[in-house]
Design a protein around this ligand. Structure first.
Ligand code: CU
Length: 493
């Protein structure tokens, strides 16, 4: 042994001998991240439903924190007029937000509601231990499991169900976030929000109405029907939009439950001041889009400068406009024309979310009950037209001179109303004459729309802007044309 290594051993022994008494509960060397035994009476954790986050922890010492999380299997709306049976932690997808402090001793109770059909458990990525708690928490319906862990690492962590088939439990919405605050806490901000992405697999196609079953083959093939923030197409739009005022600081806790896709998380028209990428301890600055892996999370902070609707998307952009991964962050307050001179709402990015889609859901319910009225059909069609057709044909149906034919007062529509069905489904290329003017543009096939959506849009068009005397379109007649005509190569089906 050299003199250098003898010195090292001596120094190490000395260091262990000087370990401060508060650092470890039991005998032996202190664990990294262990801030000592819990102090004071046990605390019951406040759990919140998304997009809300429990209040900051101002404690200066570790505590025993009791978390009581109940699994509920619930049928809820996944899109307007579309129902899905979610398996949830705490009644929501994503599940309840859990907030503890580094060094806390967490007594975890997992309850499986007696009405549930399946066994469940929980794997918390913030837990150091086999399965992240999964093995200790397998719970049959009507039962409860309990285990305890010490939150050694600070950060933002995903939790999820890990009961076989694991992918199916996650795909049904069983994931959420747990924040382990650093001992000194996080810097105060004006708003904290909880947003978590997930991909969903239904037997019916996107926006096909009614109760939809889980599609295992689509999940295995990684071909989701929906990609959503907070478990529903409407969770972050309309009255559910996230809000702030100009000049405020905002912190987002962003997770991705998967089960399959990674998220290119982006907020149109904002730049994140800081992103704690991968939920870790370092941050990157001035970030446009941050990658959130499946089973991963991040913390993003930004400050608001100008008012408006800022659109939250997965920038794998078909997911935003054709699978539902779109939310709104609504900022109110004074304009600042020096920073941005444009109009307040950018309808290009809002798509059909600019209008409330409630009418679409009402029409779906009425159809299912066999009492769809003309008025309901027209209202649903208007909401869908706004998102899909109004960019070219214009919100007032006037079209654009020399480019896109008018739908308002259209002689073509009046003379051959049924021709609108194959045009909507299969597109139109080549010259067409409307009201004495010839247009030679390309209308792409809109076959990604469902039969009822096309029926409602065409009924809206033929009952608006002076168009009169045409029978409402039915989903059945759209289906008949869909089945008997060919789509152009590459069209949706
Ligand atoms: Cu489960």
């Amino acid at each position: 042994m050299t003199s250098l290594s003898i010195k090292s051993v001596f120094f190490l022994t000395l260091a262990v001998g000087f370990t401060p008494s508060f650092a470890g509960a039991a005998a032996g060397p202190a664990l990294e991240g262990d801030l000592g035994p819990p102090v004071g009476p046990p605390i019951h954790a406040i759990l919140t439903a998304p997009p809300n986050v429990p209040p900051p922890i101002h404690r200066k010492h570790p505590a025993k924190v009791i978390v009581e999380l109940e699994v509920r299997e619930l049928e809820k709306e996944i899109s307007e007029g579309v129902r899905y049976t979610f398996w949830t932690f705490g009644g929501t997808t994503p599940g309840s937000f859990i907030r503890v402090r580094q060094g806390d001793t967490v007594e975890f109770h997992l309850k499986n509601h007696p009405d549930n059909k399946m066994p469940h458990n929980i794997d918390l990525h913030g837990v150091v231990g086999p399965g992240g708690g999964a093995a200790s928490s397998f719970t049959a319906p009507g039962h409860e499991s309990q285990f305890t862990f010490k939150a050694l690492h600070q950060g933002i962590y995903v939790y999820h169900c890990a009961t076989s088939p694991v992918g199916m439990h996650i795909a049904n919405g069983m994931y959420g976030l747990m924040l382990v605050e650093p001992p000194e806490g996080l810097k105060p901000v004006d708003h904290e929000y909880y947003v978590m992405q997930g991909d969903f697999y239904t037997v019916g196609k996107y926006r096909e109405k009614g109760l939809q079953a889980f599609d295992m083959q689509k999940a295995i093939d990684e071909k989701p029907t929906y990609v959503l923030f907070n478990g529903s197409e409407s969770s972050l739009i309309g009255d559910n939009a996230l809000t702030a005022k100009v000049g405020e600081k905002v912190r987002l806790f962003i997770g991705n439950g998967g089960p399959n896709l990674v998220s290119s998380f982006h907020m149109i028209g904002e730049i994140f001041d800081k992103v704690w990428f991968e939920g870790g301890t370092r941050y990157q600055e001035n970030v446009q889009t941050t990658l959130i892996p499946s089973g991963g999370a991040a913390i993003a902070e930004f400050h608001t400068v100008v008012p408006g609707s800022f659109v939250i998307v997965d920038h794998s952009i078909f997911r935003a406009f054709n699978k539902g991964a779109l939310g709104i962050f609504k900022v109110t307050g004074e304009e600042n024309k020096l920073v941005y001179s444009g109009k307040e709402v950018d309808s290009v990015y809002l798509g059909d979310k600019a209008e409330s889609l409630a009418a679409v859901g009402q029409a779906a319910t009425a159809t299912a009950e066999g009492r769809l009225s003309l008025e309901e059909q027209v209202k649903a069609g208007e909401a869908l037209f706004t998102g899909t057709c109004s960019v070219c044909h214009q919100p007032n149906g006037q079209g654009i001179e020399g480019a896109f034919p008018p739908l308002a007062g259209s002689d073509l529509l009046a003379a051959t109303p049924k021709r609108a069905i194959p045009i909507a489904l299969n597109g139109l290329t080549g010259p067409v004459t409307v009201n004495g003017k010839t247009f030679n543009s390309v209308m792409p096939p809109m076959s990604q729309l469902n039969d009822d959506e096309i029926a409602n849009i065409l009924t809206y068009v033929t009952h608006s802007w002076g168009n009169k005397g045409i029978e409402p379109y039915t989903a059945a007649e759209i289906k008949a044309i869909r089945d008997s005509t060919a789509r152009p190569a590459g069209a949706a089906n």
